[in-house]
Structure formats: structure tokens, C-alpha cells
Ligand binder design. Structure first.
Ligand SMILES: Nc1ncnc2c1ncn2[C@@H]1O[C@H](COP(=O)(O)OP(=O)(O)OP(=O)(O)O)[C@@H](O)[C@H]1O
Length: 483
């Protein structure tokens, strides 16, 4: 607040008479006080608002007229009054939580400033400018009440929704996850058990088994269901980009950061954050994640401002995360923080009995998506599906059925494209195949580099792996240099 300097307008009979016209016209109330604290100027707006007339106040110490009590009726000593404090210390003040009292004994909420008045560098008095803020206070009160009502309504709706979802899930067992096998029943039971807590969940399972579907159900059945579920696939970003994707960045934090951007952690505030492929996080991002989990706070890339968040964390991986810990690729402390409630999603080959139900669910979705009218899969077709090993799990089943649906001229799918002998049913053939492929590829690269592992021409560089990791993979896969 600026001080008022009267050098340009010398005081006549103490207070600004040549500006009287303006002061009389303004809608704010104005009181002028001399250094003794006596009122020397009262404008008509002040008279209208308070009912106290100039003749009642001029020449007097008026605190006991318009400012004698607090809002609650308790005594307001003059020594505490900001206007008189300005007279004592020359410091301007702005107040908006007090009341002024009318002559008839009623009061009104007031916003006022008290400003010292100077002439020739010498303080001459104080001006108090005030306005009645009853309407503003009333509007604020109504807004607060309306907001509280909306909030209460939204909480009621949210808990009703959550209750209905759980009841529906209980009645039908339906959380959008098809299947009736013991493994799927156990999975659904685990989802219902943990959904309504804030516990961190680690979902493991092969690709395409339904890990994201589980995460969506955990969110849908939680008390955070009406807040956002934010999903991030950690494998889709380079280490540097992932950090800014998760934590956000300030403008200019790095080349290309042309705008300030919120990260997914901020977007998920009060909701759920689902980190898919969490094993792909760089060690640096892992330390940051650990800090957010422990302290619930972080900084945007390029900023020192700490941001606090309230999120429920769900992570998923198709890796054996403990093995990644042993290989030094994943922090052990983070692993234990993430693995509070582990959920293992079974591979489709381990729940073949679910295939008929999955098939009818998928066909309904395909009919909607493709505008077809497929009614069922032939009996022989179902048999073929149940003999297949499904290395790509439910996603592969979806793809096979989508291809067949597009090609089929009849409402019954015969699955002529899928040959049962193609992939005999065995419980570990997928893992075996993956290991075999990895082994063959490593041997091929080793042969190219004449079995040199490290160095710029070594196999580790070609495979984009640290030499120590390559050595441990070779040991695990029993790869030895031929003598
Ligand atoms: N039990 C199930 N019932 C119905 N649909 C399922 C089931 N399991 C998986 N699906 C469907 O299969 C597809 C793949 O599932 P999802 O994306 O959840 O798998 P994922 O394990 O997260 O895959 P990835 O590891 O590749 O990310 C989705 O369309 C999903 O809806």
C-alpha cells in the first residue's frame, strides 16, 4: 500500500477540502484522522454506511463509536486497532475480517485500509477507506455451502457407485474378467480383497494374460473409482523421456521442453497410477519412484518446487522381478515396496477350461466392433482352440478370433486357419521357446564377435547390454565358448 503524499495538495484546515467533491462522490467510506487520533474528515458514504453523522464524530476519537467491539461482541481496545496502530508506526494496513458498528447498534462486515498521510516528508495523519462487504461475504458463504453440498453429493454418489459395483461383482462374480477356472476364481477373489485398500499391488503374468484388465478392475472397485486411473507403459519411453512423462517438467528443462507440463503422477493425484512394464524403469527413475512412494512427494524435471501427491500405485510386469533384483537391474528396496500385494495372472494354457467363456465374450465384443452377427464357434473349432498352447495368451486368442470373424461368411466360426497340430499343448513350451530364441541369438552375436564379450567390438555392445549382464545371461542359458 502506498503512502499518501500531500505535497502537491497542501492541507487546508487539515484535510483535502479542494478534493471534497471527489471524496463526497466515492462509494467507499472515508475517515480522516489527525495525529491525535481525532476524526477530521468524514465523507457522506461513511455517514450512509454507519449512520454516524459528521457532527457526531468530527473532532472526536471515534474508535468507541464505530469500532468498539469485535464481531463476536467482545471488547475491541483502541490500542489493538489497526487504524490507530498506523498512526503510531506509519505502516499502512489492509483488513477484511472485522466489523464496523452503526449508530443503531447493528454491525456490518467491512474491508478497510489505513494509510498514513505525509506532507513535506512529515506524517500528518491517517486516512481509513472502507466498504461494506456484506454481499461479498454472503456470496462467499452461499458458494461454500453449495460446494459442500456438491462435495457431499459426489461422495454419496461415489460410495453408492462403489457399493453397487461390489454388489454386482459379488452377485455375478463379474468384474469384466471372463472365466470360471479355479485360477480365475482365485484371481477375482484377490482383486475384490485388495481393491478397496490403498495397498500397492504388483501384477505379474505373461504378455496378454490380462494384467491391465486386473489393474482397471482394482481401480474400478476402489474408493478412488471416480478419480482418474492414469496408465503409463514404462517400456514405451526412453529413460530421460520417461522421467519427464512421470514427474512432468518445467519449461526449458531440456531441449524440446517448450512448455511447462504436468507429469502422470500429478495427473493421478487422488486416483490410481498404473505403471505397466515397471521392470523397464531405469535405475535413476527407480530411485525417484522409491522417493515418491516413501515420501509422497517429488519435483518436476528442472524444478526445485516439491509437489505432494496422494496416489494408489499399481504396477505390472511380465518379468520375474526378483530375478531382475538378483541381476542388479532392479532395486531391492523398490521391489519390496511394490510387492506389498502380489497378484499372479495365470497364463491361458493353465486355464484352458476358461476358453469357451472367453470365446463367447470376445465374439460379442467383435460383433459390436466389426458389425458382424457371429453366433458361436463350431464344436471342432472350440476343440482346436482348447488344444492350442497360446503363447500370446488372451490377446492371441482375440487376434485369432478377430481374423476368423472378418473372414467368415457364416454366423458359425469354423477356425479353419488354426491347426491344432501347429502347437501341441505343453505347460512350459512358451518359456522354453523364449529361452531358446534368446540363446540362439546370443550365440549368433558371439560368433560374429569371435566370442569377444566386452569392448566396443564385443557382443555386449552389439546386444546393448552391460558385459556383466551378458556374462550372467550366458551362465544362465549355459552358453559356453566351444574349445
Ligand atoms: N479374463 C479375461 N476376460 C476377458 N478379457 C480378457 C481377460 N484377460 C484378458 N482379456 C483381454 O485380453 C486383452 C489383453 O489383456 P491386457 O492388455 O490386460 O493384458 P496384459 O497382460 O496387460 O498385456 P501386456 O503384458 O502385453 O501389456 C485385453 O483386451 C483384455 O481385455
Amino acid at each position: 500500500m502506498a503512502n499518501i503524499n500531500l505535497d502537491a495538495n497542501p492541507l487546508q484546515s487539515e484535510f483535502l477540502p479542494e478534493n471534497q467533491l471527489i471524496l463526497n462522490a466515492v462509494s467507499e467510506g472515508i475517515y480522516g484522522f489527525n495525529l491525535d487520533g481525532n476524526a477530521v474528515f468524514i465523507n457522506p458514504a461513511a455517514e450512509r454506511m454507519t449512520g454516524w453523522k459528521s457532527e457526531d464524530l468530527l473532532g472526536n476519537n471515534i474508535h468507541d463509536c464505530h469500532h468498539h467491539s469485535h464481531n463476536d461482541g467482545s471488547h475491541y481496545p483502541k490500542e489493538d486497532c489497526p487504524i490507530y496502530n498506523t498512526l503510531n508506526d506509519g505502516i499502512a494496513r489492509e483488513i477484511s475480517h472485522e466489523v464496523f458498528w452503526r449508530k443503531d447498534g447493528s454491525s456490518f462486515p467491512v474491508h478497510y485500509t489505513s494509510t498514513p498521510v505525509y506532507k513535506d516528508g512529515k506524517m500528518m495523519g491517517v486516512v481509513a477507506i472502507f466498504r461494506d462487504i456484506s454481499i461479498q461475504k454472503q456470496t462467499e458463504k452461499s458458494l461454500r455451502e453449495a460446494l459442500a453440498q456438491v462435495q457431499a453429493l459426489s461422495e454419496t454418489l461415489s460410495s453408492e457407485n462403489q457399493y453397487l459395483q461390489l454388489e454386482l461383482a459379488d452377485k455375478t462374480g463379474d468384474v469384466g474378467i471372463s472365466g470360471n477356472s479355479p485360477k480365475i476364481k482365485l484371481l477375482i477373489q484377490q482383486i475384490k480383497l485388495v481393491a478397496n485398500t490403498d495397498s500397492t499391488v504388483l501384477i505379474s503374468g505373461e504378455n496378454g494374460t490380462g494384467k491391465e484388465l486386473v489393474a482397471r478392475n482394482l481401480h474400478k472397485l476402489s474408493k478412488r473409482a471416480d478419480k482418474p486411473l492414469v496408465c503409463v507403459n514404462c517400456a514405451a519411453f526412453s529413460a530421460g523421456l520417461l522421467e519427464s512423462e512421470l514427474f512432468g517438467h518445467e519449461k526449458g528443462a531440456y531441449t524440446g521442453a517448450t512448455n511447462r507440463r504436468k507429469g502422470r503422477f500429478e495427473l493421478a493425484d487422488k486416483g490410481t497410477l498404473f505403471l505397466d512394464e515397471v521392470a523397464e524403469l531405469s535405475l535413476e527413475a527407480q530411485s525417484k519412484l522409491l522417493r515418491v512412494i516413501q515420501e509422497k512427494e517429488f519435483e518436476r524435471v528442472g524444478s526445485s518446487e516439491t509437489i505432494k501427491v496422494d496416489i494408489r500405485l499399481i504396477t505390472a510386469t511380465h518379468h520375474d522381478l526378483l530375478k531382475r533384483v538378483e541381476q542388479g537391474l532392479f532395486r531391492m528396496d523398490l521391489y519390496y515396496r511394490l510387492n506389498v500385494f502380489p497378484i499372479q495372472v495365470p497364463a491361458l494354457r493353465d486355464r484352458i477350461s476358461d476358453i469357451p467363456e472367453l470365446v463367447s465374450h470376445i465374439i460379442q465384443e467383435l460383433n459390436r466392433k466389426l458389425g458382424k452377427k457371429i453366433t458361436r464357434v463350431s464344436q471342432q473349432g472350440v476343440q482346436k482352440l482348447m488344444q492350442h498352447t497360446w503363447p500370446g495368451n488372451v490377446r492371441e486368442l482375440q487376434n485369432v478370433l478377430e481374423r476368423e470373424t472378418i473372414l467368415s461368411q457364416s454366423p458359425v466360426l469354423k477356425l479353419t486357419q488354426l491347426s491344432a497340430s501347429q502347437t501341441p499343448h505343453s505347460s512350459d513350451s512358451a518359456a522354453h521357446t523364449l529361452a531358446e530364441v534368446e540363446k540362439r541369438h546370443i550365440i549368433k552375436v558371439l560368433k560374429q564377435t569371435k566370442w569377444r564379450i566386452s569392448g566396443s567390438n564385443g557382443a555386449a555392445a552389439t546386444l546393448d547390454l552391460p558385459p556383466s549382464t551378458l556374462r550372467s545371461r550366458m551362465k544362465k542359458l549355459n552358453i559356453k565358448r566351444p574349445i
